[in-house]
Design a protein around this ligand. Structure first.
Ligand code: UDP
Length: 352
């Protein structure tokens, strides 16, 4: 049945800025797929947000600090003139026109406010556990609204005390945008927000050891961190390519031998892993978090001992063992927009 869905975006950055990380792509893909199925979708997001073919209400206000830049014990922080508070004010006013609100903000306020809204709020959690105060409010709301918590993966859910209340929905991408490339060049890719939890330095070291060039794509979220990596590895064969659109990104990514993922944290999913697989690019990742559920060791890439640069280097040498068609196939079977839209739709149907 057709639904009217109001999406509450992340308050850490405007959509399309890259600051929000993978959740931006998740929201974009959700809009396209749900609209294609005849649902009516409106998005409330910080000012400056834009997406093609999307109805976005831009809201003024100060952006919120990403949870991963704070410690577990940091109390809840509300900036002056909070964009999230303004987004929720707006959602509150128009809620009666919608069947459901889907919240993507990993922030205390929308969880706390859930019982005060008359329209159901479904929470899609895009990160693993990072904050005690957030865990506490999410646990409380999950007990009261047990079907309204969606996550990407089981490993992500397992970081929360309320793991049994989380519905695992995975993710999905528009496969028609990613072109399969059977014959790569001798180069590696690393892709994502350039921030300490992603441990780019490990991929840089692995490229230095193997002497295979590493192309780096992504938003520089932490400039000082990026500068330190460059200073410490002046002769590593790395090349920063910038933050690219999906179209330009896949055009370069598909030519690579493999994607290197080095998450220091429990990566909730890792949209970049399925983007690589869609191009036929195998993924080497530390065996932790979302990537460990996406990659089949020895078939679509390699899962190596977390934080071992030596193991990354060994896996890089083994990349030619992987059949690139198997990588594309898994993307088609599990991570198509249709497969993901089905999971998302049945989740909403389960409680609306
Ligand atoms: N990305 C992009 N252009 C780039 C590099 C990265 O659009 O040049 C996007 C990529 O498509 C992915 C996101 O950045 O959607 C990174 O998300 P991921 O889920 O891997 O990690 P997160 O940032 O959410 O921790």
């Amino acid at each position: 049945m057709m639904k009217k869905v109001l999406i509450l975006s992340t308050p850490v950055g405007a959509l399309s800025s890259g600051i929000g990380g993978g959740v931006e792509l998740t929201i974009y893909n959700l809009i396209q797929e749900m609209q294609g199925r005849g649902h009516i979708i409106k998005v409330i997001a910080p000012k400056g947000s834009f997406f093609d073919h999307a109805d976005i209400i831009e809201i003024e206000g100060n952006l919120h600090t990403p949870a991963q830049t704070q410690s577990r014990q940091t109390p809840v922080i509300m900036p002056d003139n909070s964009v999230l508070a303004n987004m929720l004010d707006y959602a509150y006013q128009i809620q009666s026109e919608y069947d459901v609100i889907v919240n993507f903000a990993f922030d205390w306020l929308p969880f706390y406010l859930t019982p005060f809204f008359s329209t159901a709020i479904a929470h899609f959690i895009s990160m693993g556990s990072l904050s005690d105060s957030l865990d506490q409010i999410m646990g409380k709301i999950a007990t009261r609204f047990p079907y309204q918590f969606g996550v990407y993966t089981k490993s992500q859910a397992d970081t929360f005390p309320f793991a049994d209340k989380c519905q695992c929905l995975g993710s999905g991408i528009d496969l028609s945008l990613y072109q399969f490339q059977p014959q790569p060049k001798k180069q590696l890719a690393w892709l994502g927000r350039i921030a300490p939890e992603k441990a780019l330095e490990d991929a840089v070291k692995a490229s230095e050891i193997t002497n295979i060039p590493l192309l780096i794509f992504g938003k520089i979220q932490d400039q000082e961190y990026w500068q330190t990596i460059q200073n410490q590895h002046p002769s590593a064969p790395i090349k920063y390519q910038g933050f690219l659109s999906t179209k330009d990104l896949q055009a370069q990514l598909r030519d690579c031998l493999g994607l290197i993922m080095t998450p220091r944290w429990v990566e909730a999913f890792g949209n970049v892993a399925i983007e690589a697989l869609a191009c036929g690019v195998p993924v080497i990742s530390y065996a932790r978090g979302g990537p460990a559920e996406i990659v089949t060791d020895g078939k679509t890439g390699f899962l190596v001992t977390p934080d071992s640069v030596e193991d990354l280097a060994i896996a890089i040498q083994r990349l030619p063992e992987i059949n690139r068609y198997d990588c594309r196939q898994v993307a088609e079977d599990v991570y198509s927009l249709t497969a993901w839209g089905n999971r998302f739709e049945s989740w909403l149907d389960s409680f609306i």
